[in-house]
Structures are given as structure tokens and as C-alpha cells.
Design a protein around this ligand. Structure first.
Ligand SMILES: CC[C@H](C(=O)O)C(=O)SCCNC(=O)CCNC(=O)[C@H](O)C(C)(C)COP(=O)(O)OP(=O)(O)OC[C@H]1O[C@@H](n2cnc3c(N)ncnc32)[C@H](O)[C@@H]1OP(=O)(O)O
Length: 306
């Protein structure tokens, strides 16, 4: 009897710890006030550099489209767009029916990084650090969404735009597109978390070459080094690149929401956590799908995997 109660308490407390860990991991804030990070202060500073927008459209299919929208500046990120992006990510964190996300740029080009006009105005180290923390926080939360995400790269993804592509699970490149970490040419290194993520995607040797040489990655090179997952050729049937990206993504988002979320969570754990912690997380996530409706339905239907 006592043993049972103890066991139940232990289970409850370990499941609380697990939920806390998952929540921290999935909400994924990197910085807090201990790091001198004041969300409100930075937000106010960034709002002083307006222009463009970041737009979110959620489809009934469970796939949302996030559009970086500042075509007059090749979709460069103004300060207010950085704030917009954070708000859109918060909305996606609370989208319980969501399964997939496509991030793309307006007018057939991806994003040319930070708006250089804003960059020039805040080119002192203190403001640079604040912007860096703000964007690291946002892009980490973007990558940790329980959705399967794709960056659709048309035209150019430069500087911070290249970094944004690495905050998605996959990258699709259209013919003629280029991803380029131009930071070295600007006397910089990535600051939006792009270097850390790039190393995890292509490995440290290739990341060193891409950053050290500010190399232009075209679709063929992208596929070769594993930065691009697929090249979308111009479609004879006149499907737009966005429609092609939706078709591509829907292969991975087919199925019930809890199962897709579970898939993303176990992969995220494997990607980010030390093995023993990743295994524990996998066990806990497994516990949420084992015997759940989708599992019971599959068992009842005697499915064959031919
Ligand atoms: C380095 C890291 C840093 C960060 O992490 O925060 C950054 O991201 S800094 C930004 C890095 N990006 C750049 O330096 C891009 C500079 N721009 C270009 O190389 C070209 O404009 C290019 C290749 C994107 C497009 O060239 P194209 O000849 O096709 O068009 P235009 O040059 O005429 O560009 C049209 C229009 O857009 C303005 N533009 C482009 N990028 C930016 C930008 N990042 N910030 C502000 N404005 C940008 C460009 O000035 C033109 O405006 P216009 O008024 O017509 O002159």
C-alpha cells in the first residue's frame, strides 16, 4: 500500500519534471533577466525601426505559412519585423491544431538579413547584443515549435536571412536561389544562432568553409552538403513554389496532430539533448501516444505496411 502511494507520487513528480522540461524545451526561451535580457526594453528599441511585416496564415490542413514581407528591401528585417516575428512564433506555440509551417519571403525572394538602415543606427555593442539575444530567443522558439517546419528559399537568403533558414527543420531551394552567410564580408559572425545550428546541420568542417569563405550555396551545392533537402524545379503544371512546398511538406504532416507533435518532440530531443536525457524524453513522449486514440485505431484496423 505504502509502496503504491510512493510509486504514484514518484510518477507524478517525474511527470511534472518531464512536463516542465518539455515546456521549457518547446517554449525554448534562451535568455532571461539574469542575462540582462529585458524583453520590453528591446522590443521598444526595435519598434523605433519600422517597415514591412511578418504575416501568418493558418490553413485548415494544419500547415501555416509565415511570410517575411518587406519586398522594397528584399525582405530585410526591420526592427518592427523582428517584434512581429516573435509575436507570430507565440501564436504558433499556441496553435493546438497545427502540424506544419512554411517560412518564405514575399515577391519570390527569401530575406536579405537585417535592415542595414537599422543596423547602422544600432551599431554599438550594447544594442547589438540586445538584438542578438532577442533574435536568438525568437529563432530558438521557432525551431522548437511542435510543428514540422520548412524554409522555402527563393531568390536570396543572405546574412540573417541565411540564419533564419537554419531555424527550420528543412530547407527547400528553388532553381536560381542562393543561401549565403555573408557575415564575414560584414566583419561579423552570425549572431542569431545561425552558426550553432549550421554546425548541427552540415557538420563543423562544412560550416567553417561556409562561414570562413562566405560561400554562395546554390541548390546543387546545398543538396551536396546537406543544407538543402530538395530542389524545387519550375513546375510545368504551373504550381507556385509555395504550392510545391506545401505538397512536399504534407508528406510529413499527414496524420493526427498528437502523433506529428510527438514525432517532432522526439527528434528535437535527439537533436538537442545529451543521449540519456533524449532517451528519457523519448520514453515520456512514447507514453503520450501509446494506447492513445491513433494507436488504438491503427491496432483495430489490422494495418499492413506494404
Ligand atoms: C551580417 C549579419 C547581419 C545580421 O545578422 O543582423 C545582417 O543580416 S546584415 C544584412 C546582410 N545583408 C546584406 O548585406 C544585403 C545587402 N544587399 C545586397 O547585397 C543586395 O541588395 C541584394 C543582393 C540583396 C539584392 O541585389 P539587387 O541588385 O537584386 O537589388 P538591390 O540591391 O537594388 O536591392 C533592392 C533594394 O533593397 C535594398 N536592400 C537589400 N537588402 C537590404 C538590407 N539588408 N537592408 C536594407 N535594404 C536592403 C537595397 O538597398 C535596394 O533599395 P534601394 O532603395 O532601391 O536602393
Amino acid at each position: 500500500m505504502v509502496l503504491c502511494v510512493l510509486k504514484r507520487r514518484l510518477l507524478r513528480s517525474s511527470s511534472c519534471a518531464f512536463m516542465g522540461r518539455l515546456q521549457r524545451q518547446s517554449r525554448g526561451c534562451v535568455y532571461s533577466s539574469i542575462h540582462g535580457f529585458s524583453h520590453e526594453e528591446i522590443r521598444e528599441k526595435l519598434q523605433a525601426f519600422p517597415g514591412g511585416s511578418v504575416d501568418l496564415l493558418k490553413h485548415d490542413s494544419g500547415i501555416a505559412v509565415l511570410t517575411i514581407n518587406n519586398p522594397a528591401r528584399m525582405n530585410a528585417f526591420s526592427g518592427s519585423m523582428m517584434v512581429d516575428l516573435k509575436e507570430r512564433v507565440s501564436q504558433l506555440e499556441n496553435w493546438s491544431e497545427g502540424k506544419g509551417l512554411i517560412v518564405h519571403g514575399a515577391a519570390e525572394t527569401f530575406c536579405s538579413g537585417s535592415d542595414l538602415n537599422a543596423v547602422r543606427a544600432i551599431s554599438n555593442p550594447q544594442d547589438g547584443m540586445k538584438m542578438c539575444m532577442f533574435m536568438q530567443d525568437t529563432l530558438t522558439r521557432l525551431l522548437r515549435l511542435p510543428l514540422i517546419s520548412v524554409a522555402l528559399v527563393e531568390g536570396r537568403a543572405l546574412g540573417g536571412g541565411a540564419e533564419l533558414t537554419t531555424a527550420c527543420d528543412f530547407r527547400l531551394m528553388t532553381s536560381g536561389s542562393v543561401i549565403q552567410f555573408v557575415h564575414k564580408h560584414m566583419g561579423l559572425v552570425p549572431g542569431w544562432g545561425g552558426a550553432a545550428r549550421l554546425v548541427r546541420i552540415v557538420g563543423s568542417q562544412k560550416a567553417l568553409k561556409l562561414l570562413g569563405g562566405a560561400l554562395k550555396v546554390d541548390p546543387e551545392f546545398g543538396l551536396d552538403i546537406g543544407l538543402a533537402d530538395e530542389v524545387l524545379e519550375a513546375d510545368q503544371g504551373a504550381a507556385t513554389a509555395l504550392q510545391q512546398a506545401e505538397n512536399w511538406l504534407s508528406r510529413y504532416t499527414k496524420g493526427p496532430v498528437p502523433v506529428i507533435h510527438a514525432v517532432k518532440k522526439v527528434v528535437l530531443a535527439g537533436r538537442e539533448l545529451p543521449l540519456s536525457e533524449a532517451l528519457r524524453t523519448e520514453k515520456e513522449v512514447f507514453g503520450t501516444v501509446w494506447g492513445a486514440p491513433a494507436n488504438l485505431q491503427a491496432l483495430a484496423s489490422k494495418s499492413k505496411h506494404k
